[in-house]
Write a protein that binds this ligand. Structure first.
Ligand code: SF4
Ligand code: FE
Length: 481
């Protein structure tokens, strides 16, 4: 079975038996809990799309490891076209779900670990790459999804991992045993963690020799003893508990992050992909960051499409769509959104082949793309809110429209132009509210700042990667120096 159906995925999640807590309570079935269901459905959509005739070309690929047709979310990219198709696929997913659909963090992680384990073996004579290739075959053949676990809890940010008062603030090896290692620590903001079959752990930063116990990469099943997922709250998440889910804005999907605790987890030898090779910790972090920074120029652009569509729809509902400043603002939103996409596509166009044979995007352009992502979705959201008007945050709930006493008032005074009833207007506004202020804003806004590294991390990389010396020499030549 190289491709799972959406239903097979959902039942695999139900039967996984991993330890998940939401608001202090253990969750029996992640896709059936009202809070975690929309994120599970967003993840499930990555399976659904691969089943659809019109989407197959984009959502499937040929594995270079198994030769089978696999879901593109498990594919090791082997040429520029693969890099481009990933970005296009993520935009399509953003358009379908208007949230973080989570599966690409694992995809970018797999592509990074695949390339770096090859380099590690060349340098140290280790055998990580073959192990990782075996792991990839297992993932691809069973259409599984692993969550990427990178960010540590970090404690005192001014201290290195081994200098922390509590040395578990960074995940590390606490014991070497026959046949494997034992690790302890916690990984934060783990996208789609609760919806994943496996977890892949990577270091979170460049490390020195004194921190070599922290230079560890591995994969284990999500239901491994000692692993606990603690679900992250989001603004307006409790609306999912309401009977009338129309007030959630996005009725079907959502993103999710969780904190993942590793309490003395045993990792068998064959699942270890880095153990103590500290000079490569930073390289792995950077390669993952670069892949994921370009990915944002796919997924966030797709969400941007939905927001632009909802904004154009509300302008129409208000009868303002032909007003010149509204047209100008929508043009501005499109310009910003397509600029984000252009950055991601440019980074694929200048992609390169790593020694492993896997392709990676151009690091400078991927960082430029992500730095724009930390800004433009906020501008696009500001313009959407401007056009939507203040009702966005003052409108009564859809439940009020059903009340026999106040319903007639709400229905009478919330209409738009002729033919636009109050329900239509409120539903569009709720979607804009969701993406710019509610659960969707976690994916579209805050994650755009911090996901795949905060803005300063991109500025550091941009400064390092840009060839300022050659630019200076161009300037010197032209002014006669
Ligand atoms: Fe995928 Fe975007 Fe979510 Fe990252 S932020 S996991 S690229 S949808
Ligand atoms: Fe993300």
């Amino acid at each position: 079975m190289a491709l799972m159906t959406k239903e097979q995925y959902l039942s695999s999640l139900r039967g996984l038996g991993h330890r998940v807590f939401i608001r202090g309570e253990k969750v029996e079935s992640v896709p059936d809990h009202p809070i975690s269901k929309p994120p599970a459905m967003a993840m499930a959509e990555t399976y659904q799309q691969a089943e659809q005739e019109d989407m197959k070309a984009l959502f499937t690929a040929q594995s270079h490891l198994t030769d089978e047709t696999i879901n593109r979310f498990t594919h090791i990219q082997h040429n520029i076209e693969d890099l481009v198709n990933k970005i296009l696929m993520l935009r399509e997913m953003g358009r379908k779900t208007a949230c973080c659909f989570q599966r690409c963090a694992g995809l970018d992680c797999m592509n990074s670990v695949y390339a770096i384990t090859y380099d590690l073996d060349q340098e140290f004579g280790t055998r990580y790459h073959g192990r990782f290739a075996d792991f990839m075959k297992y993932i691809q053949s069973n259409d599984l999804l692993p969550a990427a676990c990178m960010t540590d809890s970090k404690g005192d940010r001014s201290l290195s991992p081994s200098k922390q008062e509590d040395t578990d603030q960074y995940l590390h090896i606490v014991e070497e045993k026959k046949g494997g290692i034992v690790v302890r620590g916690a990984k934060m903001h783990i996208t789609g963690g609760v919806n994943s079959h496996e977890v892949i752990v990577m270091p979170t930063r460049a490390l020195k020799e004194e921190d070599k116990d922290y230079a560890v990469a591995f994969a284990v099943p999500a239901n491994t003893e000692g692993i606990t997922f603690i679900y992250g709250r989001q603004p307006s998440d409790m609306r999912r508990l309401e009977e009338n889910r129309s007030d959630t804005g996005n009725l079907y999907y959502g993103g999710c992050e969780s904190m993942v605790v590793f309490d003395d987890v045993f990792v068998p030898e064959e699942r270890i992909f880095m153990k103590g090779e500290y000079p490569f910790a930073g390289r792995l972090v950077e390669l993952f960051a670069v892949h994921h920074r370009a990915s944002y120029g796919g997924c966030k652009v797709g969400v941007g499409d939905v927001l632009i569509g909802a904004t154009a729809a509300i302008a129409e509902a208000h009868g303002t769509e032909k007003t010149s400043h509204i047209k100008d603002k929508i043009a501005e939103m499109i310009h910003l959104n397509e600029t984000l996409h252009a950055g991601a596509l440019a980074s694929t166009g200048k992609g390169y082949c790593t020694p492993s044979g896997a392709y990676a995007v151009d690091p400078l352009l991927a960082n430029v793309c992500k730095l724009n992502i930390t800004r433009f979705p906020f501008d696009i959201s500001r313009l959407a809110q401007d056009i939507a008007g203040g009702l966005l945050v003052t409108m009564p709930s859809l439940d009020d429209q059903d009340n026999p006493v106040i319903g007639p008032y709400v229905k009478k005074y919330l209409v738009g132009k002729s033919g636009v009833d109050s329900e239509k207007r409120v539903r569009i506004l709720r979607l804009i509210e969701n993406i710019t202020l509610g659960t969707g804003a976690v994916s579209y806004l805050t994650e755009s700042i911090h996901g795949a590294g905060s803005p300063q991390a991109q500025k550091i990389m941009i400064t390092r990667l840009a060839d300022i010396e050659s630019a200076k020499s161009c300037a010197y030549k032209l002014c006669g120096l």
